[in-house]
Design a protein around this ligand. Structure first.
Ligand code: AMP
Length: 485
């Protein structure tokens, strides 16, 4: 029996990527390619659902996109000219398979598949009400709450039902959905998670979490899906509805810092460009004499390039990454997480020995990576180690779809910068300031009355209410676990 509150476990917050295509005879293989480009957003499971106008076809499973969709035989079974797909990082084996997306359900109006990136903040509260009304949940994902709300909606059309359902949920969601005859894309009213619209030369429409998924299939970027926009793709073309009250966009700034691929352009801004610019700002804010700037690969590379250029200090690949190991951060146990850092990185000794080193990484979460990397660089003979971080200190957990541990496990929650420097063993440590970060994304500074981005992980300023956090869930034996995406 599942009795856990999702916020008591630090492995339940999700990272995901979504893809959708309408109007191509080979929708499944395009979706597999798109998901492959989005693999960095979730490596534990992948799924595709297609529709040929009459029947649905699906394949979902644990593992990477290539593990699931690398064979022509599988792709051939996924017939149809429209498809949606999903990649996710998930939790334990027990719950994983039922939670692999896209979720699919049969309704009064026919079948519907949904893929979700983001995390709902009132999912447990609603789930509790639905369970009381007799709804039987199949999975532990927050996305299933949307499925049940659609099922019980009194509206007639699938679009109306979906909008009705989404009006009741709070949090972050970039969704792709597939009906028998259409593909639907939705972005939450604050646009916290990304979703872009593209088009293939032959006219097929594409929805994807990032532009790198458009590039891989040769699609042109059309525009970002707007916050609060519902896009319906069917035989009549594209329809756009804006059913939610207009609100100010609060795109996740951590997508720029770490999460999105550097070759993606989100909200009109190059991810790589932002990362390099943060490095430049960081060099201006916290200069230090050194012989070499070394990135923690791969996440620290663009910021280190910017830092080195601004500080006029040589850039070297002083740490080499083994690309055949998954992300250390998301390994399930502390032991493996510690080991993972060693499996993943090795010092490029001859370029470190006898040098004063500036190490650049994107973030310090628990401090595991930094501690190990600093130790490795010192063992390789660095005479000084200065750490520069291209985000402000991560002091708060994310409840909108980025995988961060519970607050107590965040190094910056318990320690100030000086204490953190001591703990990770560096001669100096500096983080980009919040305003420096905002400058790097093209703003003059953070507008404290109406922040331009969601930066809750650095400020605690959560733009969407955290209903499940403020109590309610977990009472009267209905503390079912839900996972975000
Ligand atoms: P930690 O070792 O716990 O301090 O985590 C910091 C490292 O994890 C950095 O090198 C980041 O590149 C990486 N990282 C930061 N945030 C995430 C995330 N949400 N998912 C996976 N990796 C992350």
């Amino acid at each position: 029996m599942l009795t856990t509150n999702p916020f008591e476990d630090d492995h339940l917050h999700e990272e995901c990527g979504v893809f959708g295509i309408y109007g191509h005879h080979d929708a499944a293989s395009h979706t597999a390619l798109g998901l492959h480009a989005l693999q960095h957003r979730g490596q534990e499971a992948a799924g595709i659902v297609t529709s040929d106008g009459e029947h649905f076809h699906s394949h979902r499973g644990p593992g990477h996109v290539a593990d699931n969709f690398g064979s022509e035989a599988v792709i051939k079974t996924l017939e149809g000219h429209m498809a949606i797909g999903h990649v996710r990082y998930s939790t334990t084996g027990e719950t994983m398979l039922r939670n692999v997306q896209p979720l699919f359900a049969d309704f009064e109006f026919g079948g519907l598949a949904i893929g979700h990136n983001g995390n709902l903040t009132n999912a447990l509260t609603i789930r509790k009400q639905l369970v009381r009304r007799g709804c039987l949940f199949q999975s532990t994902t927050d996305t299933e709450v949307i499925v049940h709300l659609i099922a019980i909606s009194l509206y007639a059309t699938v679009e109306e039902r979906m909008i009705d359902a989404l009006r009741q949920v709070e949090g972050a969601y970039s969704l792709v959905a597939l009906t028998q005859t259409s593909v639907i894309g939705v972005r939450d009213p604050l646009g916290i998670r990304p979703l872009v619209l593209g088009r293939l030369p032959g006219g097929a429409w594409i929805l994807a979490s990032e532009t790198c998924a458009l590039d891989i299939v040769g699609a042109q970027f059309v525009r970002d899906v707007e916050p609060g926009e519902v896009i319906i793709l069917d035989h009549t073309g594209l329809r756009s509805i804006k059913p939610f009250a207009k609100s100010h966009c609060r795109f996740c700034i951590f997508e720029y810092i770490y999460f999105a691929r550097p070759d993606s352009v989100l909200e009109g801004t190059s991810v790589y460009g932002v990362r390099k610019q943060i490095g430049r700002e960081l060099a201006k804010e916290s200069a230090v004499d050194a012989d070499v700037v070394i990135p923690v690969p791969d996440s620290g590379v663009p910021a280190a390039l910017g830092y080195a250029a601004e500080a006029n200090i040589p850039f070297e690949l002083g740490i080499i990454r083994n690309h055949y190991v998954g992300r250390t951060f998301i390994e399930p146990t502390d032991t493996i997480r510690h080991l993972g850092v060693k499996l993943k990185h090795n010092a490029n000794r001859l370029h470190i020995a006898g040098k004063r080193v500036i190490l650049v990484d994107d973030s310090i979460v628990r401090g595991t990576t930094s501690t190990k990397i600093v130790e490795m660089v010192r063992q390789a003979g660095a005479t000084e180690v200065h750490m520069r971080i291209s985000s402000p200190p991560t002091t708060h957990s994310c409840f909108y779809g980025i995988d961060t541990p519970e607050r107590e496990k965040l190094l910056a929650f318990k320690h100030d910068v000086a204490a953190m420097a001591k703990l990770i063993g560096v001669d100096s440590l500096a983080f980009i300031s919040l305003d420096g970060l905002y400058r790097a994304v093209g703003e003059e500074k953070r507008n404290n009355h109406q922040p331009q981005f969601c930066d809750a992980c650095f400020t605690g300023d959560y733009p969407v209410a955290l209903a499940d956090q403020s109590g309610g869930q977990g009472q009267d034996g209905l503390s079912a676990m839900t996972e975000g995406n």
